[in-house]
Design a protein around this ligand. Structure first.
Ligand SMILES: Nc1ncnc2c1ncn2[C@@H]1O[C@H](COP(=O)(O)OP(=O)(O)OP(=O)(O)O)[C@@H](O)[C@H]1O
Length: 224
């Protein structure tokens, strides 16, 4: 379960302050997939960063089960993320000098898994996402949609229960988007995990349990 209580995030710049999230309280249950929609600047990425513990709120608290992650140090939060979160950011964050295989293997290497386990798991996810033919290529040799699927493979390769994604279907055609949404949904449900996806793509509606609509830093909730 992921829960936040009265979180606000104020970005302070030299000239002005921006309240990107305003007094948000919500709870996402195990097994639940959330779709977050809203206009540009509504505060969606800020909320993703805070719930996934990449960033901490200016006020309020974030809990993963009973653990208040927003009180942890940067280092503690990053080891918690390694164990619990698969993350697909808009920037994808692929390592340019590493092959597709090595990019996808990264979380497992940080988790100190054996090389035979790493081989098995990486080959399996690459095959499942139909990109095993790309495993020796470097990111710069890939199309936008292929890079997207590599980032998705890396987010799913460990057993992390929480999957967070920012516009994961950008660059994917309709059939591939459907296939990817379905695969991610089934993975999250099997792990009894949580999905949190920011998307402008209405197709995701068929794969989500809950829709949050954000505007001016606030959230309204729709349950299907
Ligand atoms: N690091 C930052 N420093 C200052 N202001 C920021 C920072 N990050 C976001 N903001 C501002 O906070 C507000 C919310 O931004 P956020 O990226 O969360 O919105 P969003 O809904 O994800 O938008 P988009 O759909 O365009 O990605 C915006 O006004 C944005 O300019």
């Amino acid at each position: 379960m992921i829960r936040c209580e009265n979180i606000s995030k104020i970005y302070k710049t030299k000239d002005y302050n921006i309240a990107a999230n305003k007094n948000i309280s919500l709870e996402i249950k195990d097994g639940e997939i959330v779709w977050v929609a809203g206009v540009s600047g509504a505060g969606k990425s800020t909320l993703l960063h805070i719930l996934s513990s990449i960033d901490i709120p200016t006020e309020g608290a974030v809990y993963w089960n009973d653990k208040e992650v927003s009180r942890l140090s940067d280092r503690e939060r990053s080891s918690f993320r390694l164990l619990n979160i698969g993350l697909i950011l808009q920037s994808l964050e692929l390592l340019k000098t590493q092959s597709v295989f090595d990019n996808v293997a990264l979380p497992l290497k940080f988790l100190n898994e054996s090389s035979s386990n790493i081989n098995k798991k990486v080959n399996e996810i690459l095959k499942n996402l139909k990109i095993d033919n790309l495993k020796k290529k470097k990111p710069e040799q890939l199309s936008g949609g292929q890079k997207q699927r590599v980032a998705i493979a890396r987010a799913l390769v460990s057993e992390a229960p929480y999957i967070f994604g920012d516009e994961i279907s950008a660059n994917l055609d309709t059939d591939t988007s459907k296939f990817i949404y379905e695969y991610i949904r089934d993975t999250i449900k099997r792990r009894n995990g949580i999905g949190f996806f920011i998307s402008h793509d209405e197709l995701i509606e068929n794969y989500a349990d809950t829709k949050y609509i954000m505007r001016d830093g606030e959230v309204t909730l729709n349950i299907y």
